[in-house]
Write a protein that binds this ligand. Structure first.
Ligand code: NAP
Length: 259
């Protein structure tokens, strides 16, 4: 299927590995020119080199922290008129709410709520004026069903989800959509790190906890980041213009709610 986005310009945040990189790979495969951002230069350059081999589209990068004004300035200087924006940053650390103070909460809200809001603030109206925009926020299954130990993520991402529900309606008639992609557990550093944290909490080995997860998950496995990237590319496609404000869950069927 031709997604109709060849030649578009895109920004992918948190793109040197994991789900962000998978989204970048799928978009590059569709001929989208990309600007990637992450904090560590070596893996970021490796990602650029890898994507450049897969695609003739231009792939550039900015070393920076998307949770800072300076990082957001730099990525928008490199790509001032994005057609596609994938908002993503690292997830907050796990722990117990009794140990979290104001700074812990402010950091989580900054990373997993405000950074995406500020990128949308800076790009939405330009997309509307140009008549095309696709914004995808990588959030978490936590917004549908809280994840044990991840209270900072559960709270901050719920805030982003509530705000997006409103703004996602503003520019749909100008062909700008905003949707959230909710990962369940995926085979990335973050996904495996969470499994290791849960194993330690339960007092079992990582291997034993993973087997327990596989036994209870309907899919019986972790998600493949490429599956996530492909869904992201569809949400960025020319034919997804009638879909905005949705929370798309990819979790192998773990969440068992009807809606
Ligand atoms: N994987 C899962 O199972 C899962 C489940 C639910 C939710 N999530 C959420 O989905 C998001 C992506 O997860 P993932 O599994 O892809 O994580 P990951 O494998 O740890 O990759 C995170 C990527 O984001 C970059 N990054 C982190 N903080 C950044 C910052 N402040 N500025 C710019 N780049 C930053 C990292 O590079 P640098 O460190 O070099 O900056 C890396 O490229 C996270 O928010 C995570 O909490 C993941």
């Amino acid at each position: 299927m031709d997604l109709g986005i060849s030649g578009k310009q895109g920004i992918v945040c948190g793109a040197s590995q994991g789900l962000g990189l998978a989204c970048a790979r799928a978009l590059a495969g569709e001929g989208v020119s990309l600007t990637l951002i992450a904090r560590n230069s070596e893996p970021l350059q490796a990602a650029v080199d890898n994507l450049s081999q897969l695609s003739s589209a231009e792939i550039t990068s900015v070393v920076g922290d998307i949770t800072t004004d300076a990082g957001r300035d730099a990525v928008l200087q490199a790509c001032p008129k994005p057609d596609i924006l994938i908002n993503n940053a690292g997830g907050p650390p796990p722990g117990d709410f009794r140990d979290w103070r104001q700074k812990d909460w402010f950091d989580a809200v900054n990373s997993n709520m405000f950074s995406a809001i500020d990128m949308i603030r800076r790009t939405l109206d330009g997309m509307a004026e140009r008549g095309f925009g696709r914004i995808v926020n990588i959030t978490s299954t936590a917004v549908k069903s809280p994840m044990p130990g991840l209270g900072l993520s559960n709270g901050a991402r719920a805030g982003l989800t509530g705000w997006v529900a409103g703004v996602a309606r503003e520019k749909v008639r100008d062909n700008v959509t905003i949707n959230n992609l909710l990962p369940g557990l995926f085979a990335t550093d973050r996904g495996r790190g969470y499994l290791a944290y849960r194993a330690a909490q339960e007092g079992v080995s990582g291997e034993a906890y993973e087997q327990q997860f596989y036994a209870t998950s309907p899919a019986g496995r972790l998600g493949d980041p490429e599956e996530f990237g492909a869904t992201c590319a569809f949400l960025c496609s020319a034919m997804s213009g009638y879909m905005s404000g949705q929370n798309i869950l990819l979790d192998g069927g773990v969440y068992s709610g009807t809606y």
